[in-house]
Design a protein around this ligand. Structure first.
Ligand SMILES: NC(=O)c1ccc[n+]([C@@H]2O[C@H](COP(=O)([O-])OP(=O)(O)OC[C@H]3O[C@@H](n4cnc5c(N)ncnc54)[C@H](OP(=O)(O)O)[C@@H]3O)[C@@H](O)[C@H]2O)c1
Length: 292
């Protein structure tokens, strides 16, 4: 099997490079400087020359606040470019794995979101990612994976930010009224490996084309921050205050509740992610090891 990963320089992309692929799988990676997915001709030519069985799109415009003032660019990357990948995948008869987000939901549901729940993004980022889902769905063979609150040792994310701020300040103020499913990029990458193995490189269609793939354990940002501080080998002696979303205004609106129910993935493909607390410890240890 030959797998092409685009957006290979990001958090997920870098985890996919070191993910537990079968030794018989050839993984070809493209960072943004090597392949700009908004360049339709370049996408079509590169995919044609690589002849992948699977294309994993780990590329995205992920600056949620910046997207509010830059929606056209966000749409070009998160929406239109996914259409280029869908065409390229069809020409190569490849499976397109499109990664999406919990931010396609408005966050007003009382419970967990399942795949059949209506979408209703409340941010430019969410709107453009939903456009990407629709663009991917045009492909003959595609799987859309919605994930959430991605953190890892490779890249910048909430966990790396908390560790940095804890070293600089003696007081942290963290939002405690948004709840989601913090998901390790390594766990997500491993799920993608398992999915492509299950589907025999895309030759075997998955029962559904849309799956939620997130940690089964919910948290607020404040709970996650506390767990990061507890997992850290560097004691934080200051205060970590719980604040509200209203206390910390941001350019983009974020869903108050974006808990993703990943039960369909478990039932259909027997793929289950571990709880975030277990994965977090390994990630914090790797970040701190890298800083020594
Ligand atoms: N991070 C989260 O909390 C989160 C939550 C839910 C869903 N997701 C989804 O999960 C996926 C992976 O996210 P991530 O956290 O790994 O994001 P990330 O760390 O921001 O990585 C995104 C990568 O996409 C690349 N990219 C941007 N524009 C590109 C273009 N035109 N052509 C090719 N590559 C381009 C970026 O390269 P440059 O840096 O060079 O621009 C970067 O390496 C995305 O689909 C994202 O929407 C993420």
């Amino acid at each position: 099997m030959r797998v092409l990963v685009v957006g290979a320089g990001g958090q997920l992309g870098r985890e996919l490079r070191r993910a537990p692929w079968d030794p018989a799988t050839a993984v070809v990676t493209r960072r943004s400087a090597e392949l700009d997915i908004t360049d339709r001709d370049a996408v079509l030519a590169d995919v044609e020359s690589i002849e992948p069985d699977v294309i994993v799109n780990a590329a995205a415009y992920t600056a949620v606040d910046r997207a509010e003032d830059d929606e056209a660019r966000a749409l070009a990357v998160n929406g239109t470019a996914v259409g280029h990948l869908a065409v390229a995948a069809d020409r190569a008869q490849a499976l397109l794995v499109q990664v999406s987000t919990d931010y396609v939901f408005d966050g007003t549901a009382a419970g967990w979101y399942v795949e059949t729940d209506p979408t209703g993004p409340v941010s430019a980022y969410g709107r453009t990612k939903l456009a990407g889902e629709r663009a991917a769905a045009v492909a003959d063979r595609c799987v859309i994976l919605r994930t959430a609150w991605v953190y890892g040792a490779l890249g910048s994310n909430f966990v790396t930010t908390v560790l940095r701020l804890a070293a600089e300040r003696d007081e942290l103020r963290i939002v405690a009224d948004q709840v989601g499913c913090p998901t390790s990029a390594a766990d997500l990458a491993a799920a993608i490996v398992a999915l492509t193995g299950w589907s025999e490189g895309g030759a075997r269609p998955t029962p559904s084309r849309l799956y939620h793939v997130a940690s089964p354990e919910p948290a607020t940002w404040h709970e996650l921050a506390i767990a990061v501080l507890e997992a850290s080998g560097v004691p934080f002696t200051g205060e970590c205050h719980a604040i509200t979303t209203a206390d910390y205004p941001t350019r983009a609106t974020r869903p108050a509740n974006s808990r993703l129910d990943s039960g369909r993935l478990a039932r259909d493909l027997a793929i289950e992610l571990p709880g975030w607390r277990r994965s977090l410890r390994a990630v914090v240890a790797e970040i701190e090891q890298g800083r020594r």
